[in-house]
Design a protein around this ligand. Sequence first.
Ligand SMILES: [Zn+2]
Ligand SMILES: [Zn+2]
Length: 292
Amino acid sequence: MGQIPRLGGEMLKKEAFGVQADMTIDTHAHLEMEAFEGDREAVLKRAAEAGIAAIITVGTTIPDCEKAVALARSYRSVYAAVGIHPHDAKGMDDSTCDRLRALAREDKVVAIGEIGLDFFYNLSPREVQIRRFEEQLDLAEELELPVIIHNREAHAETLRVLRPRKGRLRGVLHCFSGDLAMAGECLALGFHLSVAGPLTYPKAGRLRDVARIIPLDRLLIETDAPYLAPQAYRGKRNEPSYVVETARRLAEIRGLPFEDLARLTSANARRLFNLDGKDDDDVRVAGKAAGG
Ligand SMILES: [Zn+2]
Ligand SMILES: [Zn+2]
């Protein structure tokens, strides 16, 4: 401890950096994915060293949701979300939501996600994506869990689905990619907005404009690791410790000290996902072997 990784992996003393990063939370990563199969322990260790207090690992398929739940059981700092990604909506059948319902009742499952619409890749037919998104939103309402929503190139349709549920759902638009108008409408519907690595990209001016206006009590940060590494690591595999890069940039944009930004966004994450109510003293601490 006492050090956080900086640009290019260079290590600087935290004191020299003038920050206290112990409060940072990565609200969206995919630790269960194949990309972390070889060195998950090291990734979690680096996250702890970078001051990441908690990581929500977000399932996208039933097997990955099962892995996410197992990781949450094995590591104190890891929490799980369970849901079927729009890419995989076409593989859902009428039993899938029953399986998700059972998984959602496991310890340290804090949300239904990631679910939503992806009209960029269209890996599932659009009407199937919409139907399965609605079903999983129903499940979240039934279980009174927040949702983690993926939306790519489907802004109007996402809003059309969410609007009638106003007041019944809470959650986050993860890796927010909409414009100011969409941000305003999502906020009016009660949602949080989460900012990921693209905030640090030179051409992301529009996203930085959105990041400037998100109320400080609705703002979250994430990596979406292994995807979307921040600029300093662009092209490499992303990992939770790199969320510090996004937090630093966001603090600059908001004109806040890093530690205040980290504390605020972490408090938002703890409140939205009820992390403190989900802690389990019996789970083993990070650094011990998973899968036991
Ligand atoms: Zn996503
Ligand atoms: Zn994701």
